[in-house]
Design a protein around this ligand. Sequence first.
Ligand code: ZN
Length: 458
Amino acid sequence: MKRGLLFSLLCTSALFAAPPPLDDVTRQLTRDIYKQLIEINTTDSVGNTTTAAEAMAARLKAAGFPNADIQVLGPNPRKGNLVARLRGSTREKPILLLAHLDVVEARREDWSLDPFVFTEKDGYYYGRGTSDDKGMAAIFIANLIRYKQEGFIPKRDLIVALTADEEGGDYNGVSWLLKEHRDLIDAAFALNEGGGGRMKEGKRLYNGVGASEKVYVSFGLETHNKGGHSSVPRADNAIYELAEGLVKLEKYQFPIEMNEVTRTYFERMSKIEDGSTAKDMAAVAKGDKAAAERLSQTAVYNALMRTTCVATRLQGGHADNALPQSARATVNCRVLPAGSAEDVRNTIVKVLNDPGIDVTWIDRPKPSAPSPLDSAIIGPIEQVTNEFWPGVPVMPLMATGASDSLYLRNAGIPSYGVSGLFAEINDSRAHGRDERVGVAEFYESLQFLYALVKRLAS
Ligand SMILES: [Zn+2]
């Protein structure tokens, strides 16, 4: 009996590729990498992602990766990207592990501690980029070194890409790599930021997996007028004309449209929420329009169910004592992934119903087809999630913002936001002050991604 039990335990762990326990050496290595990344300033204004990419390249070389499998490259000396490869045993298409090296600006005077000094305090790691996105970058590098040191040979190549200018700047690393060195990062699918677990007062609610993103596009609304002296107002006025158009737009709502990701999201959330919200979520997942209307009173749910367009900037006139010759507003839209920005523009024109208001493109949309909830990928994510946090559901997410996954999706590489990094649901500090990640949660994410990537690659 005993031998049988031991045997089956061994088989189970081999089958599930459970991570080795977190020993002090691994913990220290990962912490050192994380600290090093946080303390290299990688902001667009004064930072340098090349320095960070080279530091990670040096660590991989020291761990025994051949020079040929590690590259630091980019279109600008300050905007380098790292691409590293762990060779697999077959020619099956690789798995890409993507994290961005650049971070949002952070000013010392806005923070309670130095954003570019890695600080451990009260059970958290603080620093700009701890959550967005240097945690994942550090974890991918540490796990690649672990795989190498234990002699793990994946079935397919594992590629780690740490890239520049996700947050802004002119040298987006993913888009540049796809254009100039597609062979280096070409993959069957990618794991990226955009997911993560959510907790409420320490209780794990769900492990989120980003599978889809809305599409960003902005329009300029502009009116023109002869103008003149403001002591003799005319019946027509550029500011009033624009204002009337904006009021019409304010009152208009795009239709509710659900997709695979949002339907699954509401269906699973209905089991986590309670009361009338839970009931409405379950009904929405089944197509109930009245429930959708009720849920859409909450801004975040509204943004998941429909395309939104909202006025974000306004300017007009040229002097206090002159009739305005022009007025202009910016309207920022977030288009559902299945929608078309061209259709959204046509709808705006129709709603304004005023040929005097020009509607121009401020930027061209970058469409982003949802990545399928493919069981070959979602299945292992669910299994590993259940092994780490029994009973915690995997939650497919559609982001209302965009990440670098859009470039990969457009290039035909399905991308999934997954980290297993849990944070309190009301404690999102990415891009804000005192950005932080829980120490215990960070190492759980390290172990989770270790196991998940191994399973996907075996
Ligand atoms: Zn990010």
